[in-house]
Design a protein around this ligand. Structure first.
Ligand SMILES: O=C(CO)COP(=O)(O)O
Length: 251
């Protein structure tokens, strides 16, 4: 069985004090939840402040990006080893905002996934089509290219910890959540692409999260879909109460 993952992507929000206040609010609200993996992803500068606040909780810490080299003359970048050093166990890779604004490609995403795995970080590998691609009927073509490009060259063993996040770009921050049917259709397709690359057994074990306007009132429907194994939450993860009620979708 695939254990659900609910991850909060805080994006470019929350200073250290704001992050600590949010954890203080969130931790008691998700205490005792052991059937869902809970992850939060603050900005780089906040990472080192969180492990102490998260001690005694089962909330894991993720970064929002990583570079593929371990060290060197790469001004502004952060390596897998440095993320581990800061207390992160997970890292979001290839978010559509990075693809859109920061020149991330399937090739850079692939290098980052490999580097993260080598550094013992769990990649949360993001994919998703734009509205333009969907309207042109290219959704599956885009998803196939992103999945194949991102996971190229991985072994079945390397694939095992990888978490995929399907985030249709048109649903991010728009309040326009994909319907359960749209999301399920994309997730089943993505699992099929993974199966073609790594075999059905490996694909059946991979968690595929949905992201894009996930809220307390739509998470239940999404989570009832056969191939949806969790959520990557933006806006609704910035408040303890709404994120906790998403984490507790099954209650
Ligand atoms: O991009 C997202 C998570 O990575 C989704 O953001 P929203 O939940 O704000 O739509």
């Amino acid at each position: 069985m695939r254990k659900p993952v609910i991850a909060g992507n805080w994006k470019l929000y929350k200073t250290k004090d704001e992050a600590l206040a949010l954890i203080e609010e969130l931790a008691p609200l998700v205490a005792g939840v052991d059937n869902v993996e809970v992850v939060v992803a603050p900005v780089f500068t906040v990472l080192p402040a969180l492990p102490a606040a998260l001690a005694g909780t089962s909330i894991s810490l993720a970064a929002q990006d990583v570079f593929w080299e371990e060290e060197g003359a790469f001004t502004g970048e952060v390596s897998p080893r440095m993320l581990l050093d800061a207390g992160a166990s997970h890292v979001i890779i290839g978010h559509s905002e990075r693809r859109q604004y920061f020149g991330e490609t399937d090739q850079t995403v692939n290098k980052k996934i490999k580097a993260a795995l080598k550094g013992a970080l769990v990649p949360i590998f993001c994919i998703g089509e734009t509205l333009e691609a969907r309207e042109a009927g290219d959704t599956f073509k885009v998803l196939e290219r992103q999945v194949q490009g991102g996971l190229e060259g991985l072994s079945e063993t390397q694939l095992a910890p990888v978490i995929i996040a399907y985030e249709p770009v048109w649903a991010i921050g728009t309040g326009k959540v994909a319907t359960d049917e749209q999301a399920q259709e994309a997730h089943a397709f993505v699992r099929g692409v993974v199966a073609k690359m790594f075999g059905q057994a490996a694909a059946d074990k991979v968690r595929i999260l949905y992201g894009g306007s996930v809220k307390p009132d739509n998470v239940k429907g999404l989570m009832s879909c056969a191939d949806i194994d969790g959520a990557l939450v933006g806006g609704a993860s910035l408040k303890g109460a709404s994120f906790a009620s998403i984490v507790r979708f099954g209650e």
